[in-house]
Design a protein around this ligand. Structure first.
Ligand SMILES: Nc1ncnc2c1ncn2[C@@H]1O[C@H](COP(=O)(O)OP(=O)(O)OP(=O)(O)O)[C@@H](O)[C@H]1O
Length: 238
């Protein structure tokens, strides 16, 4: 394949695909099986499902936080490896994650929190990356004087913006968000989603967001139910 053809196929490709994936938690016996799931590059997808149906488990498999017992998970054209350290490296390079509670390190300053993905990837961030992180924070509405303040000194709304900046700083192929709006009132939720969509589009990333709030789904290209994607059950793990 020529370079141009390879580039074109990557652009038109899939941000995430799963085939015949199986996983079970030995301690509870909760099992999830995904025959086929594809997320095309540039799409944004909303994945809903009732509490306990396995949404977080699904995201943990997609991001390599959990290793599947069987099957194939491919992110940005790269097969998720079995070794935990190799999965961590793949995640650092291709995936940005926004957690439910944002998971900022409260004792680190705002800028250092945004630069954390670089710390996991190779242990440091250079001056150019610090400059980009600062610019991104400013664009997202976190004023300059707060970039050196500890994350615990930020309001919830500011922490959301820092979490978005941290997920997007490496321009990841895939951004995954796990119920990031569950603790927000309606107004703050809508403002958060506005910023999230704008930022993901600007970075050219693909968004997979999980929530049990069906109202949010209307804003996405596609809204799907986990129960239509995965077969889950609680039973004996063989
Ligand atoms: N670390 C774990 N060890 C064992 N079982 C687990 C673990 N985490 C989750 N489970 C089980 O897996 C099932 C799915 O949990 P999961 O957190 O993926 O659901 P969810 O759809 O994200 O739920 P919620 O909407 O309430 O956050 C639950 O029955 C839960 O008890």
């Amino acid at each position: 394949m020529s370079f141009a053809a390879a580039q074109a196929s990557a652009e038109e490709g899939e941000a995430l695909s799963m085939r015949d994936v199986a996983f079970a938690y030995p301690s509870t016996g909760f099992q999830i099986r995904i025959e086929s799931f594809r997320l095309h590059a540039g799409e944004n997808i909303f994945l809903r499902g009732p509490s306990g149906s396995g949404k977080t488990t699904f995201l943990s498999l997609a991001t390599g936080l959990l290793a599947a017992d069987g099957g194939e998970i491919v992110v940005a054209g790269k097969k998720t490896p079995k070794r935990a350290a190799a999965r961590d490296a793949l995640r650092a390079k291709f995936i940005g994650i926004i957690h439910q509670q944002f998971n900022l390190l409260s004792y680190l300053d705002t800028l250092s929190n945004v630069l954390l993905p670089f710390a996991f990837g190779r242990g440091f961030a250079d001056g150019d990356e610090r400059h980009k992180a600062s610019e991104l924070l400013t664009t997202l509405g976190v004023p300059q004087h707060l970039h050196k303040a500890p994350a615990r000194a930020l309001s919830v709304g500011q922490q959301q913006r820092v979490a978005i900046a941290r997920a997007l700083i490496g321009r990841p192929a895939l951004v995954v968000a796990d119920e990031p709006t569950s603790a927000l009132d309606v107004e703050t939720r809508d403002a958060f989603l506005d910023i999230l969509f704008d930022s993901v589009n600007a970075a050219g990333s693909t968004l997979l967001m999980v929530s049990h709030d069906p109202v949010i789904g209307q804003r996405f290209d596609h809204a799907i139910d986990l129960r239509d994607v995965a077969k889950t059950e609680i039973g004996t793990v063989s």
